[in-house]
Design a protein around this ligand. Structure first.
Ligand code: SAM
Length: 283
């Protein structure tokens, strides 16, 4: 069968099972099966697959039909301008998180980039720290996670994205492995409540690491720890920048005010949902 026919068939197989992006998924999985980039499919619609390639493609489509995320099947997700390796030990980086990076980069310009020290809590695949390291030549970046397996993925991602040696990785619970102060603390913490977790799609609930998603009964438990303990690890006038979920603004604003942060601001994502909270430690 030719590439064009295979794509049509796979798209319709995924579509009838209610997968939200059947065309894109079919293309990504076919390109992966033949070890090519997606654009190759448009340039060679009449190419026939070998029987090995065909078998591989069919088995990948079968996995996708069971709702396994494409990024876990291919082991890769594009994020920022980077190719990030992902395994089931790490959250798949989300496009929304690019807003967090944009805000940290804006702060970096204001804070004179040279010598800037940045701490990321809960780095997972390393996507945030690696994006920052690729943009900020002179920043010293430290990144932590509780998961040893996630940190191994993050370390590999520094090599694949040419920022090896630019990030110090530490394993531990929140700030526990950290013993210095930073100009910016950034985090995309777990921020789903236990109740919300039950409502997530099977794709997320059954495949992504629960520990990366669920914060506790409220959903804001990690933000609370970041706001409380972050102050000890921030320089004066240092910034705390956190990703957040829809409807968490009220709770976050209150906890940041209670902890005496100033310049508290929120930034929405492109869907208009407030996605990033920023606050400054008083000088
Ligand atoms: C929402 S994921 C974010 C991953 C990555 N930074 C990203 O944006 O794609 C949260 C991360 O926090 C880590 N984590 C969970 N509990 C933690 C804790 N107590 N201390 C440090 N990291 C933790 C998880 O292992 C996971 O990698």
């Amino acid at each position: 069968m030719k590439i064009q026919q295979l794509l049509q068939q796979a798209r319709s197989d995924l579509d009838v099972r209610g997968l939200p992006t059947p065309g894109l998924d079919a293309e990504l999985l076919l390109a992966f099966s033949i070890d090519r980039e997606r654009h190759f499919l448009y340039a060679h619609p009449a190419k026939e697959l070998s029987s090995m390639e065909l078998k591989q493609f069919r088995s990948l489509i079968a996995r996708r039909i069971k709702k396994e995320p494409v990024a876990y099947i291919t082991g890769r997700k594009d994020f920022w301008s980077l190719g990030i390796e992902v395994t089931p030990d790490v959250l798949i980086p989300r496009p929304d998180t690019e807003i967090l990076i944009e805000e940290v980069l804006k702060l970096s310009l204001r804070e004179a980039e040279k010598g800037l020290r940045i701490l990321e809590i809960g780095t997972g695949s390393g996507a945030i720290s690696i994006a920052l390291a690729s943009e900020l030549e002179d920043a010293a970046i430290t990144a932590t996670d509780l998961s040893t397996k996630a940190l191994a993925v993050a370390a590999r991602n520094t090599v694949n994205n040419n920022v090896k040696g630019k990030i110090s990785f530490l394993r531990g619970d929140m700030f526990e492995p950290v013993d210095e102060k930073f100009d910016i603390i950034v985090s995309n913490p777990p921020y789903i409540s236990e109740g919300e977790f039950e409502l997530l799609t099977a794709e997320v609930r059954e495949y992504e690491p629960r520990r990366a998603l669920v914060a506790g009964p409220e959903g804001t438990e990690f933000h609370r720890k970041l706001a409380r303990d972050g102050k000890r690890f921030l320089e004066r006038n240092g910034w705390l920048v956190m990703e957040m979920g829809a409807d968490q603004r009220f709770a976050l604003e209150k906890m940041l005010k209670d902890r005496d942060y100033c310049d508290i601001t929120f930034r929405s994502d492109y869907a208009g949902i407030e996605r990033v909270a920023m606050a400054k430690k008083r000088g």
